[in-house]
Ligand binder design. Sequence first.
Ligand code: AMP
Length: 536
Amino acid sequence: MVSPLLLRHFLTRSRQFFAGKEIVSRDYGGLFRYDYGRFYERTARLANVLAGLGVGPGDRVGTLAWNNHRHLELYFAVPCSGAVLHTLNIRLFRDQLVYVINHAADRVIFVDEDLLPVLEDVAGELKTVEHFVVMTDRKECPATRLAPVHLYEDLLAGAAPDYAFPEDMEENSAAAMCYTTATTGDPKGVVYSHRGLYLHSLAFLMADTIGLSERDCMLPVVPMFHANAWGLPFSAALAGSRQVFPGSRPTPADLAGLIETEKVTVAAGVPTVWMGLLELLEREEHDLSSLRVVVCGGSAAPRALLEAYDRRGITIVHAYGMTETSPLATVSRPVSRMDDWPADRRYQVRAKQGWLVPGLEMRVVDDQGREAPRDGRAMGELWLKGPWVADGYYRDPERSRETFADGWLHTSDIVTVDTDGFIAIVDRSKDLIKSGGEWISSVDLENCIMSHPAVAEAAVIAVPHPKWVERPLACVVLKAAYRDQVDEAALLEFLAGKVIRWWLPDRVVFLDEIPKTSVGKFSKKRLRELLERGEI
Ligand code: AMP
């Protein structure tokens, strides 16, 4: 039969088979509990609300929200009624936030109560937004400058509880979108189709990836604004897993508490999250023995982290992907023939980014355009293709052409592939720093530093950081007339008004010159070597 792959199936299946299965959400007033049955009803009400607000097929609906049950309802009501869910990254620069909302032409924005100030700050510059909806468990709408503004719970209470989610939508139609930080210029939009998300969700259920099942209780710590929380809310609804949402600004203690009391079996987040939790576990006793798998990705999972969790009986599974790949692309689980390998060798495997998930195809291409040999040494750029890989950036033909060429996504990740087919990322050709799972554009920082009248040259590189994985280090050359007249504090103060606080370099070093490549570009490779040798 020809049957379109639509997210609607996840919704109706979960109502049919898992109506009594619990969904838990850390709300403003405490833990909120309900089940897939009531989730369905509220999602149907929400679909009616969207129609009432004038949202039609293909219209974009923005969300500026944490991981909570209302966000989950939006994850389904928006795409299943034919509109497009646009998750907004709460950590964007204000100008970037304005850009992505206007570029996507969001018609309605749903915003969590404690993120209202972020939106209020940009509201005057939004060209297409017709309504704002505040997500909170309060009975009254918090005071806000946003207009027209509605209260989520009021809208739901006033809406009909039935909705005929269309069955005949085109499976390649857009379901969701998410912007990703670019090396230079504005963020780039990635659109996910129903078909792509459907197949990506199935990939999460495979035994050799994460093997998410009905027996699992899933805790997405990875934000729902970052590549759909790695697709986990979709996969969990399909599998019928219990879902636990950590809410606004969860601390390591909040996470430990939720894992312990809700008996979470699968949790997912960036290394920084698991490092933070480990620090807590070193100070306090928590029984986290329910955890079957901790999915760790977004940045490289250090081997020491895998070992530390193993010592506590918790298995970290290292995964790799990109916003452009929905995001799951590889998972690093040792295969059967490695069963009798010594522990050290197995750790080496687990610390790699891993095996390509079934359904995707890859090439590793060297600078001459040739396929690199799979010997664990030869390096090349990883190219990917498959049903849940994007084929371009939203309304951005020029940058689409650069990244999506010859039918492949050129990832800019430089990898080796060993004889077992395991990928290891060895470098990144995109000029970005990943701090705590979120991007910092080194080019934007450099431009900002170079706008200081005393600065002749500036290059920003990533330095390893025990908590944030990477942090920016600024290498600066002052103009001759200003030598010794501007110090680190002055430069940081200058930047403070121009870039968001967590972008500020951890350290500024002053050099006589920035090393250059043969074609006169800043040689960041050389700077990294100097750093490694302790010379800067
Ligand atoms: P994003 O689109 O923000 O999810 O970032 C995707 C990029 O993050 C990839 O292209 C890699 O550079 C990096 N990344 C993601 N997962 C990993 C990982 N497991 N190890 C190393 N880098 C990773």
